[in-house]
Design a protein around this ligand. Structure first.
Ligand code: AR6
Length: 326
């Protein structure tokens, strides 16, 4: 999955490069900067002294020393001064410069903290939105896996209007009981492992006929829709937050059985209306269930015509659900 939101301590991330939310001196500080310097050891500060600082919105790179990450990209986000002093453009630039630098250094995996959202005071929900949008846009043109590392979950508020709407949507639809008995039976039939062949018993003729008239498969419907919409494969899998290897598997195996998050991610990437999204899911043996918060949240976005997978993942993360993608 090219963009993942995870909860972790960034100093523990085993990636090619982590990004540090530094200040213009690059000589260390508190917050994530302090944590990175402590974990990397004093050699990091020595190298930072040679860099001559860094301007807000730009980025510089050093080695990772004792960190599991090979490199540290040091970027400087803006100090929040009410929002009318170019803060957003500077924050976009901090992410963008870091990503360009990671690309130039051949990094395939990058982990970012939520830049400016601590000591620098950028409101967390807006900081998250800028991060998700900027990284998401960058990934439309580049193959890379980017982790957005959210450290302080308690401070991550879901108080804004959209989350309140989603919460209400869930309340309206969430069925507390578990899946109804008929549904459980249907699922057990759908997902039962194939039974061992019994060579002595002949297959009834009617069954042979039924099996020869299989419906269009998930992969066939997906590829047909891509053609009908005039999309390229790459446009589709990038929009679905799915990596190229997984897409190739689906393309080359007509009976490929995707996971539910993968199937939903393609429904979103194809911008299918709810009816067709249900049809695509059913091809993989799934349904939108009102007994699942995950399903209701995705359904909410589709019903509101919002097909931005990164915004959907942001909401899924806020409600502690797994994310869409491969
Ligand atoms: N892993 C991941 N995220 C973390 C970690 C960690 N170990 N520790 C904190 N965070 P901040 P800023 C989160 O203040 O706002 C420094 O003194 C934290 O919860 O580190 O860009 C610099 O030297 C918050 O959401 O950076 C600068 O002077 C996010 O990281 C100034 O702070 C960023 O918080 C930069 O301020």
């Amino acid at each position: 999955m090219p963009l993942q939101i995870v909860r972790n301590d960034i100093t523990k991330m085993k990636v090619d490069t982590i990004v540090n939310a530094a200040n213009e001196s690059l000589l260390g500080g508190g917050g994530v900067d302090g944590a990175i310097h402590r974990a990397a050891g004093p050699e990091l500060l020595q190298e930072c002294r040679t860099l001559g600082g860094c301007r807000t919105g730009q980025a510089k790179i050093t080695k990772g020393y004792r960190l599991p990450a090979q490199y540290v990209i040091h970027t400087v986000g803006p100090v929040w001064r009410g929002g009318s002093h170019g803060e957003q453009a500077l924050l976009v630039s901090a992410y963008r410069s870091s990503l360009e630098l990671a690309l130039a250094c051949h990094c395939e995996t990058v982990a970012f903290p939520l830049i400016s959202s601590g000591v620098y005071g950028y409101p967390k929900d807006q900081a998250l939105q800028v991060a998700v949008d900027t990284i998401g846009n960058f990934l439309l043109d580049h193959e890379m896996t980017v982790y957005l590392v959210i450290f302080d979950r308690a401070a991550y508020t879901i108080g804004n209007k959209r989350f309140a709407d989603i919460a209400a949507y869930i309340d309206d639809r969430y069925v507390a009981e578990h899946t109804a008995p008929e549904e459980a039976y249907r699922q057990s039939v759908l997902f039962a492992p194939p039974m061992a062949a019994e060579p002595c018993r002949a297959v009834p003729e009617g069954l042979n006929q039924a099996l020869s008239r299989l419906d269009e498969s998930f992969s066939q419907m997906l590829l047909r829709k891509i053609d009908e919409l005039g999309m390229t494969d790459a446009q589709c899998y990038k929009k679905a937050n799915i990596d190229r290897k997984l897409f190739s598997k689906i393309r080359s195996d007509v009976h490929y059985k995707p996971s539910k998050p993968t199937a939903m991610a393609f429904a979103v990437a194809l911008e299918l209306p709810l009816g067709e999204a249900r049809e695509l899911l059913s091809k993989a043996g799934f349904a939108f269930s009102h007994a699942s918060k995950f399903d209701i949240i995705v359904e909410y976005f589709i019903a509101h015509g919002n097909y931005n997978i990164f915004e959907i993942n942001e909401a899924l993360f806020a409600f502690d659900q797994s994310l869409l993608g491969g």
